[in-house]
Design a protein. Structure first.
Length: 175
């Protein structure tokens, strides 16, 4: 039976091996890694799927922000979502996303962004590229794959740079 556990329960090197298997070892140059550079994982929205001690999938979330000239709006960067190639197509990706969204909707985040396939994240989870067209990103991105799921009253700014959350970075530096 597949169970979902906090990602913090899993040794980090096992998570890295899974991500290499799902995305390849050159994944670190991806734009999503630049968006969350220097940020710690958000533990309450990051999970692992395990079965018989085997790590089959992970999902992670990170502090980020849309920064403009007059301030910034904090958001949560979702991803990577990764499922071992041999275990794909069995609902593990959907179970991990559902778990993350439950935590988000219980108060962890009202504004989430991710880079992913709209055919998957739109169809099942309500992410769209509608709000993201005016955002700059710190690297190449296919615009239709820059997705958001915003539940915040008033939304988030339409123009700005998506990157690490400056508040979070200054808090971390002060700690
Ligand atoms: C994308 C991924 C997380 C999905 O997880 P999964 O456990 O394989 O998917 P699930 O079993 O939950 O969902 C299966 C359904 O989603 C669909 N689906 C899976 N990946 C899809 C994609 N990239 N685009 C569109 N649909 C997709 C399947 O066709 C299937 O639909 P069906 O039920 O109508 O047949 C997983 O395949 C994976 O790790 N891929 C490699 C890494 C990656 O691309 N991650 C996403 C970017 S962050």
């Amino acid at each position: 039976m597949i169970t979902l556990v906090p990602l913090a329960d899993i040794a980090p090197d096992r998570v890295e091996l899974l991500l290499d298997a799902a995305f390849g070892e050159d994944r670190h140059g991806r734009t999503a890694y630049k968006i969350r550079q220097g940020m710690p994982v958000v533990a309450e929205m990051s999970f692992a799927a395990i079965e018989d001690e085997q790590l089959l999938g992970t999902i992670q979330a990170w502090p980020a922000a849309i920064s403009g000239h007059d301030g910034h709006d904090p958001v949560t960067l979702v991803g990577p979502v990764a499922v071992m190639p041999a275990a794909q197509g069995k609902g593990i990706g959907q179970a991990l996303m559902t778990k993350l969204l439950e935590a988000a909707d219980a108060g962890a985040s009202d504004a989430m962004v991710m880079i992913g396939d709209p055919e998957y994240y739109g169809r099942f989870f309500g992410f769209t590229a509608e709000a993201t067209g005016g955002w700059d990103v710190p690297g190449p991105v296919e615009r239709h794959r820059l997705l958001a799921r915003i539940r915040r009253a008033g939304g988030v700014r339409a123009q700005g740079l998506l990157g690490p959350d400056p508040d979070f970075a200054s808090h971390a530096a002060a700690a």
